[in-house]
Design a protein around this ligand. Structure first.
Ligand SMILES: Nc1ncnc2c1ncn2[C@@H]1O[C@H](COP(=O)(O)OP(=O)(O)O)[C@@H](O)[C@H]1O
Ligand SMILES: [Mg+2]
Length: 212
């Protein structure tokens, strides 16, 4: 699968949040997005997911105009779920939207992220790290070909970070197209095959695996 942005610009009110972005993302590759807060990483994820439309320019999926929405699993910075439901209930509700997977897969995703699918606590009682894990479980439970992880290591403890690193490696082995946004270079260098620098709405390719 191939997702291309061509001269993609997005202006919200008078702010240019994506400036003439041209880049290509392909299956089997993990792309790191590196940039300070407010540089446009989340906005780029939204663009790739098809959650926003370009002010000018275009997005192509496998050569055809349009986004891959529906084939994208995503964690956007702060996952939000329904407070009065358990983790399992929340993900089952989400799974019903597309009806691609059933309870078995949802439970597996929750366990994979180190949570207990039978945990009776409501989402409102979850710690930040547990919320983050649930958000990542939601992103991967349908085994989508495109996985967008926006700051997935936020609030995770050491064990959680190790789990998510292993998950990203396994997604790559299974030929997923992965975008990983992070404000720390170390993690990105470790996990990404190609690194993009996001600066003030501009996206530029860093030397592949340049390590100095
Ligand atoms: N809903 C919005 N309306 C207007 N501007 C926004 C909105 N969301 C984000 N922005 C602006 O877009 C820019 C990029 O934000 P964002 O993509 O969230 O940055 P990052 O994820 O790299 O921290 C910032 O200047 C931010 O203020
Ligand atoms: Mg962000």
């Amino acid at each position: 699968m191939k997702i291309e942005l061509r001269n993609y610009c997005k202006t919200i009110r008078s702010a240019e949040v994506l400036r003439n972005v041209t880049c290509t993302f392909e299956s089997g590759v993990c792309y790191g997005l590196y940039g300070v807060n407010g540089s446009g990483k989340t906005m780029l994820m939204r663009a790739v997911a098809g959650l926003i439309r370009p002010t000018s320019g275009e997005i192509l999926t496998d050569g055809r105009p349009g986004s891959a929405l529906g084939r994208v699993g995503l964690l956007l910075e702060n996952p939000s779920f329904l407070d009065s439901m358990t983790g399992l209930e929340n993900l089952l509700l989400l799974a019903k939207i597309q009806n691609k997977v059933g309870e078995k897969e949802v439970r597996e995703a929750i366990s994979l992220l180190g949570l207990d699918p039978d945990d009776k606590r409501k989402y409102r009682k979850y710690s930040l790290g547990m919320k983050q894990r649930l958000g990542i479980a939601a992103a991967v439970m349908e085994d989508p070909p495109v996985v967008l992880l926006d700051e997935p290591f936020n609030a995770l403890d050491r064990a959680g970070a190790t789990t998510v690193e292993a998950l990203i490696r396994s997604l790559k082995e299974r030929q997923k197209l992965i975008l990983l946004a992070c404000h720390e270079r170390g993690v990105l260098d470790e996990l990404s095959d190609e690194l993009f620098l996001v600066e003030n709405g501009k996206v530029t390719l860093y030397d592949a695996k340049r390590k100095e």
